[in-house]
Design a protein around this ligand. Structure first.
Ligand SMILES: [Zn+2]
Length: 449
């Protein structure tokens, strides 16, 4: 509904207004940082620090908060660990950029060369140590109303397949978890297809099967538009989750061995799908609502259900989803838009006013530490087996410092080491968890045949 002015797949995010002073250190982060400081101060006490010398202590605290949030510096240990682990990202929208910018042709956009306008190209994928990637074949929800959803989805799949044909030394299509390991072992990037939004199947189970046959290995149940069979997070809820047909879709996906992706759906759709599915689910690109209160993130009370299901939440890097103040700004601008429409009944005028307001109240980009906060929150509340990485590169317009493009993944490995995670945990988060989920979904499919 807002596609005419928001140019990226993560676009009709709820519009928000941020009504408070920007601060470099977010609230949640301050909580986290002070928690760490209390531990450090306890450790320092026997050495004579803190004996009532409060001004000095306050300075030390302030300096320490800064130090904890300082830019991450790569070490050889982290670089080596990152080279040896499977870096498996859940969501990249490069195919949409190839459609928009290059008429769907790599002749017009040669990604073997640096493409600074994009967040993804082959030199940077290599620098980032990417071993496997779900490429999104996103098309806007509005295509459904135009009768174009399936046609355009097929065109997007064709872009991913063309990419593999054109750069066979870099990419190879992966259909199974074994494929991922083999292709990565051969030094290539295992490339998987993810359908972003159930509108792509045009209400047909048959089309769902066809997309699976073409190579699609996950489908996000909705994008930002509520469907005839599932409620979206950023749209009106009409089913209280899934319709009966929605349940049938989930069961068919289990039967096919296609991952059920719960990014973009409403919390009730999450709960409903988790009740119905026989296989573990993924969130291909969603962060933690317990850190940043945005409807695109996963609420804390859903986390135990994901744990029981064995699924994985792959953390999104988009500034509006990860920085608490930026998420609040989105919520405020959504409220503003709703109020204006209620008052005037003029959607276009409301959108124009909201655009103006958003320009005056820009989002904060945040830093890599904001993303690490989401990972830590999910590890703490769901466990290290249920956390992954789903950057949303080339689907978003603003990214945190030190996570600007696909070359930056090693900094996450470094940041997790800095925060005290062991190597086995880091391997799971960076890729092993989603591989486990794929394998389990394949077993569920095989057992039903
Ligand atoms: Zn998305």
């Amino acid at each position: 509904m807002f596609s005419h002015f928001l140019p990226c797949p993560e676009r009709n995010e709820v519009f928000g207004v941020g009504g408070f002073e920007p601060s470099r250190i977010s609230r949640s982060v301050r909580h986290w940082a002070f928690g760490r400081l209390i531990v450090m101060l306890v450790l320092l006490l026997p050495a004579g620090v803190g004996g009532g010398d409060e001004p000095e202590l306050a300075d030390a605290v302030a300096a320490d908060v800064e130090a904890i949030r300082a830019p991450i510096v790569m070490t050889e240990r982290a670089a080596e660990l990152h080279r040896s682990l499977l870096m498996f990202d859940g969501h990249n929208d490069l195919p949409w950029e190839v459609r928009k910018r290059a008429g769907r042709s790599f002749d017009n956009l040669d990604i073997s060369k640096p493409q600074p306008e994009l967040q993804t190209d082959i030199p940077r994928l290599r620098a980032g140590g990417v071993g496997a990637q779900f490429w999104s074949v996103y098309v806007p929800g509005e295509t459904m109303r135009q009768g174009q959803a399936l046609t355009q989805t097929l065109e997007q799949i064709e872009i991913v397949l063309a990419m593999m044909n054109r750069y066979p030394e870099t990419f190879e299509l992966a259909l199974t978890a074994d494929d991922v390991e083999r292709i990565r072992g051969e030094g290539k990037i295992a490339s998987l297809i993810g359908v972003e939004g159930g509108h792509s199947i045009e209400n047909s189970i048959n089309v769902l099967r066809q997309l699976h046959r073409l190579g699609a290995r996950y489908m996000t149940l909705t994008h930002n538009v509520t469907l005839d069979w599932a409620d979206a997070a950023n749209d009106r809820a009409v089913h209280g989750g899934l319709s009966e047909f929605g349940e049938e879709i989930v069961r068919e996906m289990n039967r096919l061995g296609m991952l059920v992706d719960l990014s973009h759906v409403s919390p009730d759709t999450m709960r409903h799908a988790l009740r119905v599915t026989a296989a573990p689910v993924i969130y291909s690109h969603s962060s933690a609502r317990g850190i940043a209160d945005h409807p695109r993130n996963v609420p804390d009370d859903v986390l135990p259900l994901v744990v029981a299901n064995g699924g994985v939440i792959m953390v999104n890097f988009y500034s509006s989803f990860i920085v608490p103040e930026s998420a609040a700004r989105d919520a405020e601008s959504a409220a503003l838009r709703e109020r204006l429409i209620e008052e005037t009944g003029d959607e276009q005028a409301a959108d124009a006013e909201v655009r103006r307001w958003r320009r005056q109240n820009p989002a904060q980009a945040g830093t890599i530490h904001d993303v690490l906060d989401h990972i830590d929150h999910l590890v703490r509340h769901a466990g290290a087996d249920h956390v992954g990485i789903g950057s949303d590169f080339d689907g978003v317009t603003m990214l945190p410092d030190q996570l600007e493009d696909v070359s930056t993944y090693p900094l996450i490995t470094q940041g997790l080491l800095d925060r005290g995670h062991d190597e086995a945990t880091i391997r799971k988060i960076m890729g092993e968890n989603v591989l486990r989920v794929m394998r389990r979904a394949e077993e569920v499919a095989a057992s039903g045949r």
